[in-house]
Each structure stands twice: as structure tokens, then as C-alpha cells.
Design a protein around this ligand. Structure first.
Ligand code: NAD
Ligand code: TYD
Length: 362
């Protein structure tokens, strides 16, 4: 059986990074794109409303843990690549309910790999050679760095600390094993914290933008000195396309933004941009809304990415400066009040209550 060149299967394409990826992919490439997404609280088909009349795009509403559904999708659409985003992705939720993370991130990735392998074995020689399974993972699998430690590189030992990170680490190992044992042509990317349009407002940057806009408290965990490396989501999408096109089979690539920032600095920068774009005498300066709250258990202190492998081997570098990307992101949330309204449903409000009620003070 031959594969249909340029047809790809994306999992989790209605989430934050997935929907940015789908929109950019279809703006640039031909072929069909199938999006397999269970539409969890984090999946929003409205992100892809602009594709409603695009015959190249198809949403399959379903679960990556459903082996027979995955099998049917692969046989019907015969993709030449799978780009696997689907996951439970929020660390605080993984502390509240680790089981959901084991199910989707570990069992779901295993199911997808097993079905991908069976499908891949039915392809002809050329199809088997060109097929790719790209697994989208995180820098959190490497654990936490001290202030002077060298950044994570691809050979850094795995040391995941949260249930989220541990479930992603397990999925990375399964992906590696399917290559090593069965020869499935896999690629893995480990990326730092993304920000940009369509991010669900449970994560730091969109949560702070919306709270600052509405004059609500800005809950900074611990002392606000935890450091993350931030990458604009479009840069992540271009890195994934680069790895898919030119990455060496079986390799992993670290992706980062060269933008390490302390959380407190990110939050104050957001306050200043919101003050400028939405001046409000009653709220300005919004920095006054910052509240230091009880820390996240096991909170990793610092992440930093050494992305020299992808740069030297594949010629990819981030293009967006953090301060510019942050300004664009704030502007996007201010201009998309309808989107914000649509994702802040009852389930969202319940999560915010549950997560922040017990953090009232440090
Ligand atoms: P997200 O939570 O915004 O979206 C996840 C998507 O997966 C949603 O559309 C959801 O409906 C879907 N999904 C969840 N469970 C599913 C299941 N069982 N079957 C099918 N679909 C399911 O996540 P995101 O931030 O876009 O992250 C996407 C991927 O990138 C994840 O694998 C994550 O680990 C990885 N990643 C994220 C970041 C980040 O900063 N957000 C950084 C590095 C890596
Ligand atoms: P988050 O966006 O949840 O990403 P991750 O935990 O995957 O890095 O959090 C980013 C950082 O911001 C992390 O150090 C935790 C911190 N944080 C807060 O201080 N307050 C908040 O309300 C949230 C959601 C996160």
C-alpha cells in the first residue's frame, strides 16, 4: 500500500500548539490534514473555524486511546506522517489528577504507536522509508536546573519531577523503543514553554493577561523566582515542520527560545503592556495586583534549553524576541474577547476555584 504524499494525521490539533500548527501547515502545504482530537476541556474546534470550508481539513472527534478508531483513521486516510500533540498538558492538573495523564500521555501514546506500527508495516518500501512519526514533547522531562547549571541538551539524563513530566518521559521512552525495536521512523522534539494565541487561560501567560485586564489578583507561586525559557508558538510550529522535513530518523531535537525569564518578570511585563493597551485609572499600575501565593508542590526551579543541535544540523532558529511576542500575545487576547468567553465555561471556572482557593497566601 502506498502512502498519500503530504497527507498528515495530527493528534490534539484543537489544542493550543496543535491548532497553531494546523493553521500554519494548511497555509503553506498541500495535501489533506486529519485532526484526531477528543476535544477535552483544552480542545476547542472554534480555533479552527476558519477551516470550516477547507476540503483539505477533517476533524475526527475521538480518543487516541481507542485502538480501533486509530486503526480505522490510519487505513482510511493513509497519512505519510503523524504529528502527535495530543496530551494532558497542565502540571497543576497533573498534581490534582495524575491518572488522566497516565491514560492519555502514556496509554494513548502507546496505542498510537502500536497502530502506527501496524499501519506502517502494510506500506510498500518507499512508503515505509518516507513515513514519519513525530512525537511532540517537553523540556520538563529533564527535571530542574540550578542557577548556574548548563542548559538541557539532548543527552541530559531524564529526571522528571511532576506527574505530567513523568508521563511525557514515559511516552518519549516508548517512542524511542518503537524505533529501536521495530524500526518505526520516529522523531522526538523536546520544547520549552510556549506562549501565543489560543493558549488555554489556565497557563501562566494567558491567565495573567486576563486577570490583569479584569483587575483580578495575579497569583505568583512561591517567590516568583522560578525560571522558564519561553518560545513563541509559531516558532515551535516552524521547528516541528523543520524536524519533520529534515530531521534524522530516531533522533531527538531540543527546541527553545533563548529567552529565560523569571516568572515575576514575565508577570510585571504583562502588567505594563496591559496598562499601556488598556489604560484604566482604577487599576493602573496593575503590578499592584500581584499576590505571592502558596507554591506548587515539587515546583521545578529553572528550565533552560540548549538548542544548538537543531540549529547546526537543520538550520532552525527562533525568530521572535520574547518582548515582541509577549506584546503580540497580549494584544491577541485583548482583541479576542469572544474566544476568551467561549473557553471560560463552567468546567474552567471550577478548575480556577479548585486550584486557587487553597493558595490564598504564601
Ligand atoms: P493543550 O492542552 O492545549 O491541548 C491538548 C490537545 O489534546 C487538546 O486539543 C485535547 O482535546 C487533545 N487531547 C487530550 N487528550 C486526548 C486524547 N485522549 N485523545 C485525543 N486528543 C486528546 O496542549 P498544548 O499546550 O497544545 O501541548 C501540545 C503538546 O505539546 C503536548 O504533547 C505537550 O506535552 C507538548 N508541549 C507543550 C508545551 C507548552 O508550553 N504548552 C511545551 C512543550 C511541549
Ligand atoms: P505553566 O504555564 O503552568 O507552565 P509549566 O508549569 O509547564 O512551566 O507555569 C509557568 C510557570 O508559572 C511555572 O513556574 C508555574 C508558574 N505559575 C504561577 O506562578 N502562577 C500561576 O497561576 C500559574 C498557572 C503558573
Amino acid at each position: 500500500m502506498t502512502v498519500s504524499t503530504n497527507n498528515i494525521l495530527v493528534t490534539g490539533g484543537a489544542g493550543f500548539i496543535g491548532s497553531n500548527f494546523v493553521l500554519h501547515w494548511l497555509a503553506q502545504r498541500g495535501g489533506q490534514l486529519i485532526n484526531l482530537d477528543v476535544l477535552s476541556y483544552a480542545g476547542n474546534p472554534e480555533n479552527l473555524a476558519s477551516l470550516r470550508d477547507d476540503r483539505r481539513y477533517k476533524l475526527v472527534h475521538g480518543d487516541i486511546c481507542d485502538a480501533s478508531l486509530v486503526n480505522t483513521v490510519l487505513r482510511e486516510h493513509r497519512p505519510s506522517a503523524i504529528v502527535h500533540f495530543a496530551a494532558e498538558s497542565h502540571v497543576d492538573r497533573s498534581i490534582a489528577d495524575p491518572g488522566a495523564f497516565i491514560r492519555t500521555n502514556v496509554q494513548g501514546t502507546f496505542t498510537l504507536l502500536e497502530q502506527a506500527k501496524q499501519y506502517w508495516l502494510t506500506l510498500d518500501d518507499a512508503g515505509r522509508k518516507s513515513f514519519r512519526f513525530l512525537h511532540v514533547s517537553t523540556d520538563e522531562v529533564y527535571g530542574s536546573l540550578g542557577p548556574q547549571d548548563a542548559a538541557f541538551c539532548e543527552t541530559t539524563a531524564y529526571a522528571p519531577n511532576s506527574p505530567y513530566a513523568a508521563s511525557k518521559a514515559a511516552s518519549d521512552h516508548l517512542v524511542r523503543a518503537y524505533h529501536h525495536t521495530f524500526g518505526l521512523p520516529v522523531l522526538t522534539t523536546n520544547c520549552s514553554n510556549n506562549y501565543g494565541p489560543f493558549q488555554f487561560p489556565e497557563k501562566l501567560i494567558p491567565l495573567m493577561i486576563l486577570n490583569a485586564l479584569e483587575g483580578k489578583p495575579l497569583p505568583v507561586y512561591g517567590d516568583g523566582g522560578n525560571v522558564r525559557d519561553w518560545l513563541f508558538v509559531e516558532d515551535h510550529c516552524s521547528a516541528i515542520r523543520t524536524v519533520l522535513d529534515r530531521g534524522r530518523v530516531g533522533q531527538t531535537y531540543n527546541i527553545g527560545g533563548n529567552s529565560e525569564r523569571k516568572n515575576l518578570d514575565v508577570v510585571t511585563a504583562i502588567c505594563d503592556i496591559v496598562d499601556e493597551l488598556r489604560p484604566d485609572a482604577a487599576l493602573t499600575p496593575r503590578r499592584r495586583l500581584i499576590q505571592f501565593v502558596k507554591d506548587r508542590p515539587g515546583h521545578d526551579r529553572r528550565y533552560a534549553i540548549d538548542a544548538s543541535k537543531i540549529e547546526h544540523e537543520l538550520g532552525w532558529k527562533p525568530t521572535e524576541q520574547f518582548e515582541d511576542g509577549l506584546r503580540k500575545t497580549v494584544a491577541w487576547y485583548l482583541e479576542h474577547a469572544g474566544w476568551v468567553e467561549s473557553v471560560r465555561t463552567g468546567a474552567y471556572l471550577e478548575w480556577i476555584r479548585q486550584n486557587y482557593e487553597q493558595r490564598t497566601s504564601r
